[in-house]
Design a protein around this ligand. Structure first.
Ligand code: SAM
Ligand code: SF4
Length: 454
């Protein structure tokens, strides 16, 4: 079996493995005192050695893109900026008060929503305050998500002056008809303008987010989008599979489902995109990502040092990620937590002086080891098994691996596993063999929990 048939066979609902255990297995109503203790212990172990990653969720957008699956709040009222900055700083202070020494910030990412909804002056005020009495790691990597329509040269310059060297632009699709149906009018000239400005100012890496599987996308339209994209030579491209989850993202009910490509068409959109990137000098990195050979992500991946966390693939090796803001996820190394998902609850918790976390998970030693197998496969396409897990792996993972090996996607024995060239397009499926929760519950057909692999 090969090509489309294989993609079709493995196009089942599987997680993207930005955490293990995955979010559906976390517990509601997490003990905040327990979380504080985990944070303190993991901070003491990590801060001086590896430093911290910070993720800041800035949820506001001026208009709704109907496909969007992110946590966002649509408003044209910019007075929300001040109040939100104040609450973020209050949340940060709660973490700061738990530890004595200054946090060493190694990685900082502004995500959303739309970070460039905030004015350059407000971003400067917020970041200056956030980083006050912290140490910035010499190998820092500061990045942000910019919407091409409202990223201005002032945003780019202001953030550059604060140490940002990577920007990720949400492109999604350049076709006017697709843009009309997803409610995102975004002229390609605007994309060209912000990309050129970012380069002129000195940004080292420009990423584009593209999505395949959007309503009204065709092979011709995606070919044009990618050909235009390639003319700009973005250093990295995230080529995401459209996740259709109308039960949580209500905006997705605003277009006709009949406008979505069929499963087979979606697979062809993916294959077309992948072929165009590979033919034009890009290399595929892990899941969904392509990069030029000059980019750090490629260099690091060649050295086998790629890392993955909630922010996606990263070149940094921190084990501790603190997420601030509504719906943000933190991972201390021994626990995961997610903040309240509504602005109302988030404000209420932080204003009452309590941690904003609503759900989470304290990891067992077994979770950490199986999480490491999944991370190894996602980042290095190979892993070695620990003897203590062999019985579990043989009974739970081997039956899956046998099927994957029969299709030529992996080679494995009792020592470990390696992904084959063909297997590179099926990383999520391969990881799922080590997801003990998914395997034990046999949730493969639970469509409401995860989106499909492709
Ligand atoms: C939180 S958004 C931030 C980007 C910024 N707000 C913008 O629109 O330019 C991050 C990325 O998630 C991706 N995304 C959002 N909804 C998605 C969905 N339903 N399926 C797949 N990817 C999605 C988009 O590619 C988007 O650029
Ligand atoms: S894609 Fe970006 S701009 Fe559009 S609604 Fe989602 S977060 Fe906001």
């Amino acid at each position: 079996m090969e090509g489309l048939d294989l993609l079709d066979k493995y196009n089942v609902a599987v997680p993207r493995y930005t955490s293990y255990p995955t979010v559906p297995y976390w517990k509601e109503g997490i003990d905040t005192e327990e979380w504080k203790k985990c944070f303190q212990a993991d901070f003491a172990e990590n801060n001086r050695t590896k430093g911290l990653s910070l993720y800041i969720h800035l949820p506001f957008c001026e208009s709704l893109c109907t496909y969007c699956g992110c946590n966002k709040k649509i408003t044209q009222n910019h007075s929300v900026e001040d109040e939100y900055i104040e609450i973020l700083l209050k949340e940060w202070k709660m973490y700061r008060d738990l530890v004595q020494e200054p946090p060493v910030v190694r990685e900082l990412h502004l995500g959303g929503g739309t970070p460039t909804f905030f004015s350059p002056a407000n971003l400067k005020r917020f970041l200056t305050e956030l980083l006050r009495e912290t140490e910035v790691h010499p190998e820092r990597e500061f990045s942000f998500e910019g919407h091409p329509n409202n990223t201005t040269p002032e945003h780019l310059q202001q953030l550059f002056d604060l140490g940002f060297r990577r920007v990720s632009f949400g492109i999604q699709d350049n076709d006017p008809e697709v843009q009309r149906i997803i409610n995102r009018a975004q002229p390609f000239e605007r994309v060209q303008f912000v990309t050129e400005e970012a380069r002129r100012i000195g940004y080292r890496s420009v990423n584009y987010d593209l999505i395949y599987g959007l309503p009204r996308q065709t092979l011709e339209s995606i070919t044009r989008t990618i050909e235009q994209t390639i003319t700009m030579r973005p250093d990295r491209v995230a080529f995401y599979s459209y996740a259709h989850v109308p039960w949580t993202s209500r905006g997705q009910r605003l277009f006709d489902e009949n406008d979505l490509p069929s499963a087979k068409e979606k697979l062809m959109l993916y294959q077309t995109g992948k072929r165009l990137f590979l033919e034009n000098g890009y290399t595929d990195i892990g899941m969904d990502h392509f990069s030029l050979p000059e980019d750090d992500l490629y260099q690091i991946s060649e050295k086998g040092k790629l890392h993955r966390n909630f922010m996606g693939y990263t070149t940094q090796q921190t084990d501790m990620l603190i997420g601030l803001g509504v719906s943000s996820i933190s991972s201390s190394g021994s626990a995961f937590v997610q903040n309240a998902k509504t602005l109302h609850n988030y404000y209420e918790y932080v204003n009452a002086g309590r941690m904003a976390v609503e759900k989470g998970y304290f990891m067992t030693d077994e979770d950490r080891r199986f999480g490491q197998y999944i991370l190894d496969i996602s980042c290095r396409r190979k892993t070695r098994f620990q003897p203590v897990d062999l019985d579990t792996i043989k009974s739970i993972s081997f039956p899956q691996l046998e099927l994957l090996a029969a299709d030529g996607l992996v080679v494995y024995d009792e020592k470990g596993l390696a992904v084959t060239e063909t297997g590179k397009s099926f990383i999520r499926n391969i990881c799922s063999a080590f997801d003990l929760y998914l395997q034990r519950n046999n949730l493969h057909n639970e469509k409401r929990t995860f989106s499909k692999a492709i």
